[in-house]
Design a protein around this ligand. Structure first.
Ligand code: PHB
Length: 399
């Protein structure tokens, strides 16, 4: 058996030999490649299905942030890998493993759907790969299953709805119906809504739901009409949200029972939803109409680059890029220096189009929530619903 001392000597001798060889130029190409080779970034996002547009906006935003750095991360070129996760939770682990095992990515950027995120979270915790969450709000990712190598740049599922209840009661809506897709994002958005709405004195008459990504809303809308609540609050997103807004109006509820939601309801769907969306009030950590130099510049440049209007998903993708850039710059591109990389990312302030935000201890944004109303295909800010709102991070133990 080698004693600890002897093995330490062995290590020293080996590294001394490496330094010696490097200084003669013998090993230089190999060492140089290890430090300056391309950073491998994997996108695991929905490119098909009801969240397809969300995946594209996130990728666009991320690429835009890198392009502002000449396409580099900490001085290194970047190579991209892509997997369409189809918002299919049953394939989450397999798809994340493709990027980590097969493509050997240094950074995994994904995803949108909370159920799929649970698969990524397992792979991230098992492999230690740096995992950046550009949307999915599932609580566990930054609560009981938090990890030093996992950072979220978006929100936790109850953050936007925790800013909603008070605003609804303030408008005099004391009795509400909640409606959503039945999965983690909808359930956890309800948690935030219930907490804030009941604390402000509101009563929840009924919780309605349908399976994700089902869009057969008719029977539920008929039930809402019969219940006659003061208002309806909901969580829907992507293609399904556009259809919900149109069906709500077509069922004759628009103008009779005010519709509220977490702001995803009206993100990226205002063209598809048309006038049916006018007047919907939502809470979210972003608004198109934030009239700041930072947001105006971002919107102009995104529109020029992609011929599309940015939405919250584009902002989250962009911020994911900004966070990674700050980390990579702090370690001069050496992403294997994990302690310094994570420390830089934990202490980063992100100068985002949504406004400046910081990371909580459990790696979730501490951010302002805006109250918005849809007017002429725009989410107009009508107030700040919560300042520097943090997720509880309950049960998170790093390390
Ligand atoms: C989620 O599944 O966590 C999710 C999906 C779409 C959104 C927000 C949250 O817009």
């Amino acid at each position: 058996m080698t004693s600890p001392l002897a093995s330490r000597r062995l290590v020293l001798t080996r590294s001394a030999a490496l330094v010696g060889a490097a200084s003669t130029g013998l090993l230089l190409p190999e060492i140089a490649r290890a430090q300056t080779g391309k950073v491998r970034v994997g996108f695991m996002l929905p490119y098909t299905g009801t969240f397809a547009q969300l995946g594209v906006a996130i990728e666009n935003g991320f690429r835009m942030a890198l392009n502002e750095q000449g396409g580099k991360l900490g001085g290194r070129e970047v190579e991209f890998f892509k997997v369409d996760d189809e918002s299919e939770p049953s394939k989450g682990i397999e798809n994340a493993s493709k990027l980590v095992q097969r493509d050997k990515v240094d950074v995994l950027v994904g995803t949108v759907h909370s159920g799929v995120q649970m698969g990524i979270q397992k792979v991230a915790r098992d492999s230690g790969v740096l995992s950046l969450i550009p949307n999915a709000g599932v609580h566990a990712a930054t609560r009981q299953l938090c990890a030093p190598n996992v950072f979220r740049t978006s929100f936790s599922n109850s953050q936007p709805t925790r800013a909603l209840g008070q605003a609804m009661v303030a408008k005099g809506h004391k009795k509400a119906v909640w409606i959503t897709w039945k999965y983690a994002a909808g359930d956890e958005a309800f948690e935030g809504f219930k907490e804030s709405y009941t604390a402000a004195g509101g009563t929840i008459m009924k919780e309605l739901s349908l399976p994700f990504p089902n869009v057969e809303f008719q029977a539920l809308l008929t039930e809402i009409a019969a219940l006659k609540p003061d208002a309806v609050a909901c969580f829907f997103a992507g293609g399904g949200a556009a259809k919900f807004i149109r069906d709500y109006a077509a069922a004759g509820l628009k103008g009779k029972i005010p519709l509220y939601g977490s702001g995803f309801l009206t993100e990226g769907v205002l063209d598809a939803a048309g006038p049916a969306a006018d007047g919907i009030v939502t809470a979210l950590h972003y608004s198109d109409s934030l009239n700041t130099p930072r947001n105006n510049k971002f919107r102009l440049e995104y529109a020029k680059a992609f011929r599309l209007q940015p939405d919250v998903y584009a902002v989250q993708g962009y911020d994911t890029g900004l966070l990674l850039i700050q980390g990579a710059n702090a370690v001069k591109g050496d992403l294997s220096n994990k302690a310094a990389l994570y420390k830089a990312m934990e202490s980063a302030t992100i100068d985002s189009p949504r406004g400046k935000w910081t990371m909580s201890k459990s790696h979730n944004p501490v951010q302002d929530m805006y109250l918005r109303v849809v007017e002429n295909k725009e989410n107009k800010v009508i107030g700040v619903a919560a300042k520097a709102l943090a997720d509880s991070g309950a049960g998170c133990k790093m390390g």
